[in-house]
Write a protein that binds this ligand. Sequence first.
Ligand code: ADP
Length: 387
Amino acid sequence: MNLSFFRRRLFWKIFLSYLAVIIISLLVVGLANRMMLPNAFDRYAGEMQSMMAGQGQGMMGGQGMLGARLGPRFFDPFRSAATEAMLVAAPIALVSAMLASLYLSRRVVSPVRRMTTAARRISEGHYSERVPQSKNTPPNQLDELGQLALDFNQMAASLEQTEAMRRQLIGDVSHELRTPLATIQGSMEGLMDGVLPATPETYQQIYQEAARLQRLVADLQELSRVEAGAFALDLQPVSLAAVVEHLSARLGRQFEEKGVQLKVDLPADLPRVLADEDRLHQVMLNLAGNALQYTPPGGQVQISARPSGREVRVAVQDSGIGIAAEHLPHLFTRFYRVDKSRSRAGGGSGIGLTIARHLVEAQGGSLWAESPGEGQGSTFTFTLPAV
Ligand code: ADP
């Protein structure tokens, strides 16, 4: 919509509403004058009369109705005086209404106009756009326009953040796809040119890269589901012992093959947790899988659980490569890997922990990592509500 047109319209709206109030007031005052003047005069005359009657002199016979007896013309000078007063008052009221409308419409229009411009710029992709907002007034003391500016800026900030995340995600995903694709393409070219021998190892290498791509795509799909909260949770009382047993059965062989010892330490009287069994299994599989991956042969991984207040704490502790303090806060950020080449070679996409944290949080718990430092093992702990 054309802005100046909008401003004019708002001005006219306010002005016309003032004008209506002025006209109605003048009409009411005029009408009241016309109706009340004889009565008021009669009352006044009545009082005068009774005062004089008190002094024994009945100057005007009978109380009231003096105006009626004197005839309608008697009031004309009074009426015209009132009309004159109104004629003087009306232009002053009109000018005041005009000034007030102008002031009000300006006050309302300039912030609205700034917001309209900012909204248009945001819709064109300038997400850093903000409108000025008063910094000194506490939010609960802002008027409606101030509140609107505040909310507008908050909306813009969250749009900006979402957009930054979207860009980052696209960048990350393209980067992740590029490496395996380049390897596959390079190997195929080598095969076609006869530079690479057509041995089972070459095919194996190509196959592994394709499998990595497939895992990445599956992880991304899962990530988008959990980030959007688009998954159903079937929360039930779950026995951790059963989940850990299931996990040992699933990973046992891999631990044996690598020569890493898997220990389980669960107290017999451990309360059950309120969780979705499949999702809990998925989280533990990720943590135990990581522990196995980042623990060299000869090391050990221990899964333990303890009740803690109204929760149960589950810890997956390994004696592996550990994590330097500066990396700890970023582990749960998607695509974050401490050692890019090593975890990539191991097939890690850096998404597993992000998904795990989302899943734990969706079940009412939290997940965090601790490590005394590089080479000193790490512990991933999560909580879940106890039943
Ligand atoms: P990935 O699929 O790469 O393992 P994750 O999200 O599961 O992705 O883990 C992110 C990063 O956290 C890993 O790349 C690794 O650098 C680090 N990490 C996770 N678990 C461990 C662990 N038990 N010991 C050392 N580093 C770990």
